[in-house]
Design a protein around this ligand. Structure first.
Ligand SMILES: [Mg+2]
Length: 294
């Protein structure tokens, strides 16, 4: 979600002359700006509908968590199995109690109603006040297959660490409550929920939190919907991001499970970053320019 905040800052910069409130609406915009923002919101329409309505998304999620369960069983049986990325483990894994590291949003929590509301409102891509309001409702549902998988992992004695870039402390209580109410395994003290700015490992990227977990656990699996859920240093060009994926080719589908998210993520900010200044005013043109035609 934080990634979209960065994207949104470009849109909000566009609005700054005419809107100081954190919830800008098209009504306060010059017509041409409003048109651009409605178009940007509509970019999310197909992706959000696909995630909410399509049988294909449900099937993809169920398949991913079925694979995760198979791999978890293999990992439990192999004392040398460790899913930590190169360079992040500082302590030998063998003999440590097992854990898995998972992202939350669009990995196991469904925030598509937040997307849907933004589209219906014709709002810019991301607004932190609106996001915080949604989080505070504690009404995100579990994504297909997620609850059964994480409960299974906990039943096998695997500690589930939720490493999410929701903000600590602003989003901590609501996130813990939401996860707990859905039935996800959450420690009584909430210590297995690690948000951004967690005092134990406060870096913005997730690597420091992964290292913190790996100092105490053998890490069996990692799950996420964003490259940053697996490795740091992902704010680079789209081409460089592909190189990072290739460099870790043997991890995917084995120790690292990537869930689909066409609605938002660092993939989008990489395209816009590559586009330079134009991205601040004409993000759709940037995206059209990035299309591959053969
Ligand atoms: Mg996510």
């Amino acid at each position: 979600m934080r990634i979209r905040l960065i994207l949104a800052s470009a849109v909000l910069a566009l609005l700054s002359a005419c809107a100081s409130q954190p919830t800008p609406t098209t009504a306060v915009l010059a017509p041409e700006s409003a048109q651009a923002i409605v178009a940007a919101s509509d970019n999310k329409l197909d992706a959000t509908l696909w995630m909410q309505q399509s049988a294909e998304y449900e099937a993809a999620m169920l398949g991913s968590f079925a694979l995760a369960r198979q791999q978890l069983d293999l990992a439990l049986a192999d004392p040398d199995w460790d899913a930590m990325p190169a360079g992040e483990r500082k302590v030998a894994a063998r003999g440590l109690p097992p854990a898995l590291i998972t992202d939350a949003d669009e990995t196991l929590l469904d925030n598509s109603p937040f997307q849907a509301r933004s589209i219906q409102a014709g709002s810019p891509d991301f607004n932190y006040a609106a996001w915080l309001s949604w989080v505070s409702e504690r009404r995100a549902r579990a994504l297909p297959g997620a609850l059964a998988f994480y409960r299974y992992a906990a039943e096998q004695g695997v500690t589930v660490y939720y490493v999410t870039n929701r903000d600590d402390p602003a989003e901590r209580a609501a996130t813990v409550d939401n996860l707990r109410a859905l039935g996800f395994p959450v420690a009584d003290d909430g210590s297995n929920v690690m948000l951004r700015n967690d005092p134990r490992a406060p870096s913005r990227e997730k690597g420091e939190r992964r290292t913190w977990v790996s100092e105490r656990h053998r890490v069996l699996l990692m799950l996420g919907d964003n490259l940053g859920d697996f490795i740091d240093g992902i704010a680079v060009s789209p081409l460089a991001r592909h190189t990072l994926v290739e460099r870790n080719r043997m991890r995917w589908g084995k120790q690292w499970i990537m869930l689909p998210n066409p609605a938002y993520g660092s993939w989008e900010s990489a395209i816009l970053r590559d586009c330079g200044e134009l991205a601040k005013t004409e993000s759709n043109r940037c995206k059209r320019n990035a299309l591959r035609l053969q």
